[in-house]
Design a protein around this ligand. Structure first.
Ligand code: 3PG
Length: 428
C-alpha cells in the first residue's frame, strides 16, 4: 500500500498547484514520436482540473546541461497536451523568473501553464536550494507525478518539497504500488525476464529476482558475459571484461537458490548473429547446445540452425529461436511476468515489415506475455528500451502495466528507495 499522501488526501480547491510531470519524450524535428508519458499524465491533470486548481506544470526534457537549447524546448509538449486534453495549455518561456511569476498570477481556476524545461537551469540537477524556492514561489501545493524522474534528487523532485506541502499524483501512486506489489507479493509462478545492454545496470535487479522469481531468464547484450562465463567464444559481441566476474557470481547465487527451492535460471543457448548491425546484413542462428530441447511451437518464426559457434567478426545481436521459445513456454505457464529490457537490438529497422532482424525474441516474449499462446499472465513491464519498443508496436494496452519509468522502474524493481517519493508527506 502506497504510504505517501496523494492528491486525493488533501483539499486542493482553487489552489495554485505545481505539478512535476515527466515529459521527457522523444522529439524529432519538433514532432513528438512517442506520447505515452504524456497520455499517462492525463488522469492526474483531469482530477486536478476538476478541483478547479490553477495548474502550473513543470518537467525536464533531455539533458541540455543547464543551457537553453531549442531542440530541448517543451513547446511541442504544450501543443500535444492541449490536443489530448482538448483545452488550451499556455506556455512560459522560462520555469522561473518575474515574467513567469506574472503569467502564474494571471491564471484562473481550471487554467494550465506549462513551464519551459527545468534543465535549462544548471541549478535543477544540482538540487539548488534557492532555485527550489523560486520554483515554489506563488504556488500552494506541490504534486509529484513524474515517476520517470523520482530516482533523481533534483530541485523539482526533492528540493522543492522543503518549501511546499508535497503529495503524489495518481500515476506515481499506481507505478509505485504496482511495481512494489509485483516484487514483494507476486502471483505465482512468476517469470522474470531481464534484458538490456549492461550487466552493471542490472546486477541489483538480477540478485533480487533470484530470490523472488520462479523462473528467471536473461537476454540482450546482458547475456554475453554469462555466455562467456560458460566458456562460449562470443567473438566480436559487446562485452566488458569487468563484467565476467559479476556474471560468474550471479550464476553461482542462482545455482545455490535452485538447490533451496524450485527455481530456474535460464541463460540463452542459441543466438542470432551477424557481422554488422546493419539491417541488410545476413544473419545466422548459432546454437551452443548439443541437444536443443525447446518446443518450437512457441516460435512460429523459427529459423534452421546453421552453426554451433560464431565466426571471426560476428557478434550476437539477439537471442535465438529455441531460447526465445523456451522463455515463452515458461511465461505461458506463469501467473505473472516481470520484464525489464529487450532481448536483442530491437532498434534496427526491418528491410520489410514491422519487425527488425534482431527483434524476434523480444516479439516472442511479447506474444507470450499478452496471451497469444492461450494463457495471459499479469504483466509488468519496465525499462526505457522495452517500453519504447512496445509503444512503437502499438501494444501498450495489451499489457497490464507498462511503466513510464526507465531508470526509476529499474531502481524500484531493484529494491532501492526513490528520493522523489521519500520526500513526499506520509499518510497519517
Ligand atoms: C528518463 O527518461 O529515464 C527520465 O526522464 C529521467 O531522465 P534522466 O535519465 O535524464 O535523468
Amino acid at each position: 500500500m502506497f504510504s505517501k499522501k496523494t492528491i486525493k488526501d488533501i483539499n486542493l480547491t482553487s489552489k495554485t498547484v505545481l505539478l512535476r510531470a515527466d515529459y521527457n519524450v522523444p522529439i524529432t524535428d519538433g514532432r513528438i514520436t512517442d506520447n505515452y508519458r504524456i497520455k499517462q499524465s492525463l488522469e492526474t491533470i483531469e482530477y486536478l482540473l476538476d478541483q478547479k486548481v490553477r495548474l502550473v506544470i513543470c518537467s525536464h526534457l533531455g539533458r541540455p546541461d543547464g543551457v537553453p537549447t531549442v531542440a530541448f524546448s517543451l513547446k511541442p509538449v504544450a501543443k500535444q497536451l492541449s490536443k489530448l486534453l482538448n483545452r488550451p495549455v499556455e506556455f512560459a518561456d522560462d520555469c522561473v523568473g518575474l515574467k513567469t511569476e506574472q503569467q502564474i498570477k494571471k491564471l484562473k481556476p481550471g487554467q494550465i501553464l506549462l513551464l519551459e524545461n527545468l534543465r535549462f537551469h544548471p541549478e535543477e540537477e544540482k538540487n539548488d536550494q534557492a532555485f527550489s524556492k523560486q520554483l515554489a514561489n506563488g504556488k500552494d501545493v506541490f504534486v509529484q507525478d513524474g515517476f520517470g524522474v523520482v530516482h533523481r534528487a533534483h530541485a523539482s523532485t526533492e528540493g522543492v518539497t522543503y518549501f511546499l506541502p508535497s503529495v503524489a499524483g495518481l500515476l506515481l501512486e499506481k507505478e509505485v504500488d504496482t511495481i512494489t506489489d509485483a516484487m514483494t507479493t507476486p502471483k505465482r509462478p512468476l517469470s522474470a525476464i531481464v534484458g538490456g545492454a549492461k550487466v552493471q545496470d542490472k546486477i541489483e535487479i538480477l540478485k533480487r529476482l533470484i530470490h523472488i522469481a520462479d523462473f528467471l531468464a536473461i537476454g540482450g547484450a546482458l547475456a554475453n558475459p554469462f555466455l562467456k562465463a560458460q566458456g562460449v567464444d562470443i567473438k566480436d559481441s559487446l562485452f566488458d571484461p569487468g563484467e565476467l566476474s559479476v556474471a560468474k557470481d550471479i550464476i553461482h547465487s542462482a545455482e545455490k537458490e535452485s538447490h533451496l527451492r524450485a527455481f530456474s535460471f535460464f541463460i540463452p543457448h542459441d543466438v542470432v548473429v551477424a557481422s554488422s548491425i546493419d539491417k541488410a546484413s545476413p544473419t545466422r542462428v548459432v546454437d551452443f547446445a548439443s541437444n536443443s530441447f525447446a518446443d518450437i511451437a512457441y516460435y512460429p518464426k523459427a529459423v534452421p540452425i546453421t552453426a554451433v559457434s560464431l565466426k571471426d567478426g560476428e557478434k550476437i545481436l539477439d537471442i535465438g529461436p529455441f531460447s526465445a521459445s523456451f522463455i515463452a513456454g515458461a511465461i505461458n505457464q506463469s501467473q505473472m511476468v516481470i520484464w525489464n529490457g529487450t532481448l536483442g537490438v530491437t532498434e534496427v529497422p526491418s528491410l520489410r515489415g514491422p519487425i527488425g532482424p534482431f527483434a524476434h525474441a523480444t516479439e516472442t516474449v511479447i506474444e507470450a506475455s499478452i496471451g497469444q499462446f492461450g494463457h495471459k499472465p499479469f504483466s509488468v513491464v519496465g525499462g526505457g528500451d522495452t517500453v519504447g519498443y512496445i509503444e512503437s508496436r502499438g501494444l501498450t494496452a495489451s499489457f497490464d502495466h507498462v511503466s513510464t519509468g526507465g531508470g526509476a522502474s529499474l531502481e524500484l524493481m531493484s529494491g532501492h528507495k526513490l528520493p522523489g517519493v521519500e520526500a513526499l508527506e506520509d499518510k497519517k
